[in-house]
Unconditional design. Sequence first.
Lengths: 251, 291
Amino acid sequence: MSDIITVRDMCLWYGNHQALSNIHIQIPEKSITALIGPSGCGKSTFLKSLNRMNDLVPDVRITGDIRYKGIDILGASVDVNELRREIGMVFQKPNPFPMSIYDNVAYGPRTHGIRNRAKLDQIVEQSLRDAAIWDEVKDRLQKNALGLSGGQQQRLCIARALAVKPAVLLMDEPTSALDPIATSKIEDLCTQLKDTYTIVMVTHNMQQAVRISDWTAFFLLGELIECGDTETMFSTPKDQRTEDYITGRFG
Amino acid sequence: MKKFSKKNCFEGMVQGIFLLLGLVTVGCVLLVTIYLVIAGIPAIRKIGFIEFLFGRTWESTSAEPSYGILPFILTSIYGTAGAVAIGVPIGFLTAVCLAKTAPKGVRKIVESAVSLLAGIPSVVYGLTGMLVLVPGIRRLFHVPDGASLLAAVIVLAVMILPSIIKVSVTALDAVPKEYEDASLALGATPIETYFRVSVPAARSGIAAAVVLGIGRAVGEAMAVMMVSGNVANMPGLIQSVRFLTTAVASEMSYASGLQRQALFSIALVLFLFIMLINASMNFFLKGRKEE
């Protein structure tokens, strides 16, 4: 399996505060990589660096090397909008636009120039099917998306992200605002999606990391302490700090 | 125990006073409404409803007076529409710029300028229009008098800018950042995001801003009186005209009898216009709450 994203020597500062130091990690293609660690350890910051959403934060500075399919995404010549089309994102709080379900999913394709109605219909249906929500919304595509339940909204957001046909999906604690049933639906969905997409997911829930991820990376205080395949890491962690965290001694 | 009930008594009294003061406002509105209706109806009856509203000539001081206020109504409508046509695009785009794209320093400066613009007395607007716009229009169009509907439209357009900008900026600021993040994360550019996500999400607030601007334009008297020429013509762009507001203001000091009553009727018509505008604003604001 090849690595779709490789990060070397990456450091990140918010103003004078260093939030990440010397991160080295490879993200393998078509798999789920879980980023775990206590709050404030920099895992969300790291995630947002992968599609340059950190650009929106004032005073951010990144050094080092982040390559997506071999291209240095920190380079000045990179088209950030094109990068974000390739590397989609699902947020912690479901954030559908205050418009119809159809328009939510069609937003991305329309942005990228698809106007043909039949083509849009087809993309919307396929994306909603891929996000396992088609059967629940197919009769009310023109209804406002804000009328959906939290779990449905989050799956709609996944469908919206899928509609621009990304290669990678970044998920920032996608289930932390959801109830257990909605959470398990999203988890099932993720394991289906990894056949086609690479998923990088920040999670606070260690059981979730064990349940669905292939690879796990443990962050602590801005450093990447340990990463490796999930089973090994949770059964025989190499670092004492990892063991302390996954056994619940802190965090 | 006694002390406690004393306290309660005091509470009750204070609440009573507040209620009373609140009722003063309601009372004023009721008083004005009732007075306008009572004072405005008789002239309409005497002149005739159709004759009054749709009569094309206003000759209140001639030997055989004629009281048709269609010129005033149309002037008010055209003037407001023109002001909105100019002021809304400028105000709206300024608001988008301030709320979304402008650097903090620029926003601060422009916002204080907008506040200042809102605080300028209307007589100063009128004066500036008189000294700058009116001669400018006279020269540009080679007309004997530059005091015209066009001058009033321009003055009104500037006057409604502050309310449009302020209310729109507030609405745009209130758009949750999550919406914009979602759009950017899909690969949309910032400008696409502002116009396809932020503006639609703020549309009821922006609509309320426009209605507020309309209300301000319809109700303005002093500034338009100074630049519009104040002649009861049917409206034309570089024609001297008279608005509903100025019609009342300019004749009230010397009017008597039916003429005076007719002025009250004009005020009643103006009042109904404003009520309509307020109602539509409430409608838009209610829409915002539901979203």
